[in-house]
Write a protein that binds this ligand. Structure first.
Ligand code: MTE
Length: 325
């Protein structure tokens, strides 16, 4: 399929961004914030004081996921180096993302469910037991980070939605609001992006304990740039599966088509499991660059979470294309 729009994201990261310049500057800000000076706190996106759910954080640590075997990426790096295409095609969308209004925020549950319904985000929070989990995050662009997320297991949300036995997949969608998200405005030329951003999982994937609905990070409500008020995180899959700012969840009998799969099915597959043996058509996935330190480390199958998820893909060729696409 033709890729309608060519953007910087499709260029291997190491060729697209002169990061040493960016990170040297950011390191200074991060260090100041962590030393408790609070230099960055007053301008930090998604700051806790404005958020009615701030009192729920920090959430209790889930001992099973208290350590991802890697140092935690500094918060300032994480909140200011993002992929959030609704707000721009560069990594520096954190200011633009502040335009996102996260209250009121409703999530619609539709499709193959006993009864479709809508739920206000704050009502949903009251029904869920929040916990903190430290997860690895590996982008298809071959960079990685480690994040202390807060939220709840996706399987608990599935239980709340009451899908019928016809539900084989679950589809997630992000808001559509061109008034605040500049990239959602109709393009002057061409077809543009297939908004809203959408992603999908099999029901078995959604029920896996690792699949996590994120509402917080770094002991506070998740920043707008990182997908407030609620996003997904699937640590064994490439980051593009972890859809941000979700407002619709649909249970389906048919496999949903995701945003990036629509744009470039040969590059961004449905499964998108982290797999060092399957190169992206334009770059290797054998290694990843750790954000902040710049260290290059080998990428591991399922991003190191094979014990929990490999059985989901039994019968698929683990070294072949299938596991990825
Ligand atoms: N969700 C939406 N709605 N829009 C996006 O552009 N980008 C994806 C994913 N979720 C994206 C999204 C990609 S490509 C990645 S790598 C991660 O979000 C990045 O998450 P982060 O900015 O918190 O690192």
């Amino acid at each position: 399929m033709l890729i309608k729009t060519i953007h910087g994201w499709r260029i291997p990261e190491n060729r697209a961004t002169p990061e040493h310049v960016f990170f040297n500057r950011r390191k200074f800000i991060a260090a100041a914030g962590f030393a408790g000076i609070g230099l960055a706190a007053g301008i930090r996106p998604g700051r806790a004081a404005e958020n009615p759910s701030a009192g729920l954080y920090p959430a209790p640590v889930n001992e099973m996921y208290k350590d991802a075997g890697r140092p935690i990426t500094p918060e300032e790096v994480n909140t200011t180096y993002n992929n959030f295409y609704e707000f721009g095609t560069s990594k520096r969308i954190s200011q633009a993302a502040e335009a996102l209004k996260i209250r009121p925020w409703e999530i619609a549950f539709e499709g193959e469910v006993e009864q479709p319904f809508k739920l206000a985000f704050d009502e949903l929070l009251k029904k869920m037991q929040l916990e903190q989990r430290v997860y690895r995050h590996r982008c298809v662009e071959a960079w990685s980070m480690t994040v202390p997320w807060s939220g709840f297991a996706l399987k608990d949300l599935v239980a709340l939605a009451k899908p019928t036995s016809n539900a084989k997949f679950v589809k997630f969608e992000t808001f559509f609001n061109p008034d605040i998200a500049p990239e959602q405005k109709p393009p002057l030329f061409g077809a543009g992006y297939p908004w809203p951003y959408a992603e999908g999982l099999t029901m078995a994937e959604a029920m896996n304990d690792l699949a996590f609905m994120v509402t917080g990070a770094y002991g506070k409500p998740v920043a707008k740039s990182m997908g407030a008020p609620i996003r997904l995180h699937l640590p064994w899959k490439y980051g593009f599966k972890s859809i941000k700012s979700i407002n619709k969840i649909t249970f389906t009998a048919e496999r949903p088509r995701s945003f990036w799969e629509t744009l470039g099915p040969s590059e961004y597959g449905f499964w998108a499991n982290v797999n060092p043996a399957v190169a992206h058509p334009r770059w290797s996935q054998a290694e990843e660059r750790v954000l902040e330190t710049g260290e290059k480390i080998p990428t591991v199958i399922f991003n190191g979470y094979g014990e929990q998820v490999a059985s989901l893909y039994a019968g698929m060729d683990s070294l072949g294309d299938k596991l990825y696409r």
